[in-house]
Design a protein around this ligand. Structure first.
Ligand SMILES: Cc1ncc(COP(=O)(O)O)c(C=O)c1O
Length: 312
């Protein structure tokens, strides 16, 4: 992840040079983690760069913002136009898009409701996970549990939530693993640090939902819809660690890693310890869909040029 090619950042209604996009030292969001954000992507397609499931991402951003009373004065169409303007100004074809709304400076009293700022940061991103997407990831069960939904709303994508994920990934990396698998307060599987979990057993998919204290990922939703499109059954329910370890196949979903197989948990192979056949089928469909190669799924893409504001 590098910002060398990021020349412009959208902040509170206008594009400003990257070097000028600074945060106020008194920003409430910085001190107390009260911000909400999205992680979305633009992929290069035959029709130029296109945003993948932009509407769903912005709807989740709006829902997260509502949870924390972060009222920003932009419609989702205006935000879409702003994202497209930012991607275009930077000349990106494949990039990551990070809209963030946060309480800005004013008061640092914990009851304060400060003005809301909204930034859109983009950076060029060609997929970095090719090797793991083919061979599968090595996971470890984290000693850090996912915080329970009664403690913080896990379906809101809030900046402060990532303290939990960061502790988990650092601990897993220190022990030589690719990614952490977090159990929830009940001891069942919640999710990866920044990914949702799927297993496949006897040809049937299974994943959990918000009752397991997870973020409802948009890649998760896409994987469910792709699997159903192929006629596979998808069960939604509690995932125990035992059933995950006994699965024929396992994969993680997330905007960054897309659909990536898991080959082992704490040294124990999942299935035959390789990318599973059904995982590969769903994964390949996802890769084709995000690049605009599957007519039935073109409605998941927003071409950047078409959604540009008229003035840009
Ligand atoms: C905690 C957590 N779970 C799951 C996901 C996957 O969500 P998505 O597929 O929308 O990227 C993410 C990534 O944003 C995450 O941070």
């Amino acid at each position: 992840m590098a910002f060398e090619k990021t020349k412009w950042v959208w902040l509170n209604g206008k594009l400003i040079p990257f070097a000028e996009a600074k945060i106020d030292a008194t920003a409430f969001g910085l001190h107390y983690g009260v911000g909400v954000f999205e992680g979305q992507r633009a992929y290069d397609t035959a029709h130029g760069p296109a945003l993948f499931r932009n509407r769903e991402h912005l709807e989740r951003l709006a829902a997260s913002a509502k949870t924390y009373q972060l009222d920003f004065p932009y419609s989702l169409d205006e935000l879409t136009a702003a994202i497209c303007e930012t991607v275009t100004a930077n000349g990106f074809k494949n990039c990551y898009v990070r809209p963030t709304a946060y309480f800005d400076g004013g008061s640092l009293g914990i009851r304060a409701v400060n003005p809301v700022s909204l930034s859109i940061l983009t950076w060029e991103w060609n997929s970095d996970f090719a090797a793991q997407q083919e061979k599968g990831m090595r996971l470890t069960v984290s000693p850090w549990r996912k915080f329970h939904q009664s403690m913080l709303p896990t379906t809101a994508k809030a900046t402060g939530n990532y303290l939990n994920s960061i502790l988990a990934v650092r601990e897993a990396a220190a022990r030589g693993f690719d990614e952490a698998l977090l159990l929830n307060a009940e001891g069942n599987v919640a999710e990866g640090a920044v990914e949702n979990v799927f297993i496949i057993k006897d040809g049937k998919l299974k994943t959990n939902d918000e009752r397991a204290s997870i973020l409802l990922g948009i890649t998760r939703r896409s994987a469910i819809e792709i699997a159903q499109h192929f006629g596979f059954e998808v069960e939604i329910g509690t995932l125990t660690l035992d059933e995950v370890k006994a699965a024929d196949e396992m994969f993680l979903t997330g905007t960054a890693i897309e659909i990536t197989p898991v080959r082992e948990i704490d040294g124990q192979p999942i299935g035959n310890g390789k990318r599973g056949v059904l995982t590969e089928k769903i994964q390949q469909a996802y890769f084709d869909i995000v690049r605009g190669k599957v007519p039935q799924f073109m409605h998941w893409l927003t071409p950047v040029q078409q959604a540009l504001p008229a003035a840009a």
